[in-house]
Design a protein around this ligand. Sequence first.
Ligand SMILES: Cc1cc2nc3c(=O)[nH]c(=O)nc-3n(C[C@H](O)[C@H](O)[C@H](O)COP(=O)(O)OP(=O)(O)OC[C@H]3O[C@@H](n4cnc5c(N)ncnc54)[C@H](O)[C@@H]3O)c2cc1C
Length: 445
Amino acid sequence: MPVKTTSPAPPAFESWGRYPKHRADIVPLYWTSDFPLHAPSSSAMLPVGMGRSYGDSCLLDGGTLLDARGLDRFIAFDSATGLLRAEAGVTLAEILDFAVPRGWFLPVTPGTKFVTVGGAIANDIHGKNHHVAGTFGCHVPRFELVRSNGQKYECTATQNQSLYEATIGGLGLTGLITWAEVQLRPIVSRKIKYEGIKFVGIDEFVALSRAAQHLEYTVAWIDCVSTGKNFARGIFMQGDHSEQPEDLKPSGKPKLTLPVDLPAFLMNKASIGAFNALYYAKQYSKRKNALVDFEPFFYPLDSVHHWNRAYGKQGLLQFQCVLPWEPDFQQGIIQVLKAITASGLASFLAVIKVFGDVRSPGMMSFPAPGITLALDFPVRGERSFDLTEKLGNITAEFGGKMYPAKDARMAPRHFQQFYPQWQEFARYIDPAFSSAFWQRVTALG
Ligand SMILES: Cc1cc2nc3c(=O)[nH]c(=O)nc-3n(C[C@H](O)[C@H](O)[C@H](O)COP(=O)(O)OP(=O)(O)OC[C@H]3O[C@@H](n4cnc5c(N)ncnc54)[C@H](O)[C@@H]3O)c2cc1C
């Protein structure tokens, strides 16, 4: 039997940006048979994982959150092929702990390993290897979806195909994913052959990306504060798995936790400008080569638990767009960067990457060929909301789209322009499911 939280003021489930704040009942699921609920909810429901989405795609105002983290069992593993079957609440961190010592690695990983398999499918997440591997959904050949009426569907590219395509990138709205298969990739070492290359300007960034197309991982940090001759400077990071066999030890545990919310004023233009200058200068030479462990390469932020508290109690907003090459990605990116600089709401965690053209099976998937830019800034009331509105307008003008997993402010008109297939997708939504994001972006106006 599921245990329902009965306290009058249940603890809020927060998304990583801690904005907006909504309250919903939380029902923990421990067994796949816990859903459909034995005491059905009279209001809307939404499955959730680790709450590592930044905005409101993992929130509901009122209603019931189905906390799927208790579905945390490994079901089967074929050590000859690397095909893993696991419950949907298993995290990528747990998969790495299990798989790396056996010589296997995630096919696609985001910038944090603290996300669940269910969350990774529902947002069809991408990583530094999007240009060669596509999205997470490209490596999920099969999963089980349970609808609120108790119907169970085993979904593959050919079996219950429409539900398969609607659920990959389906924002948790098509039903509860109970388990999934993930095709892992072989490794012989924990190490990544890393090269960092300093660049200045979008042209140089694109040239470096094109030259590195044959490498598995590419991404760049970009300075969103500097102007003049330093405008759009950054460090391009590329890497491949090392082919030198070594002892495949499991990862250690992160040691640091940010214990309290920092005062919001610490995140200002001057402090972020100073951070960016130091970050750029820490690599002295134009090029730097190193053999590095995969943990700091993929998950530099995971070493400090709750780093989101650095933005203070008001939280942070993320913005991630992808702009297609045509009509003019370069003008688009320049306009986005200039709007950020002009707002004074700087960001030190700005990342830019070229997406490839590997097609995802997901109907609502975010990635598309072109350039993606992701950054965050503190919530400062109307100032921040004006900026997100401007960034949405630029994205729309240049034919791009924004990423729901990183969004708390997208205007309904923008969402409906970015995802013209949204009404077709809506046919597959479980009638008992909804989210704060979906209610917001499909509202009239
Ligand atoms: C530091 C950091 C770095 C990140 N880097 C990247 C990146 O590089 N690339 C990228 O793509 N994303 C990135 N993200 C975003 C993150 O990968 C996604 O938001 C991911 O979906 C979060 O998974 P979660 O388990 O926390 O799910 P939640 O955030 O709790 O939920 C996400 C969605 O999954 C649905 N869901 C969860 N479980 C289930 C289930 N069992 N059945 C059906 N639906 C379910 C929810 O309804 C919701 O719509 C990053 C986030 C952080 C905090």
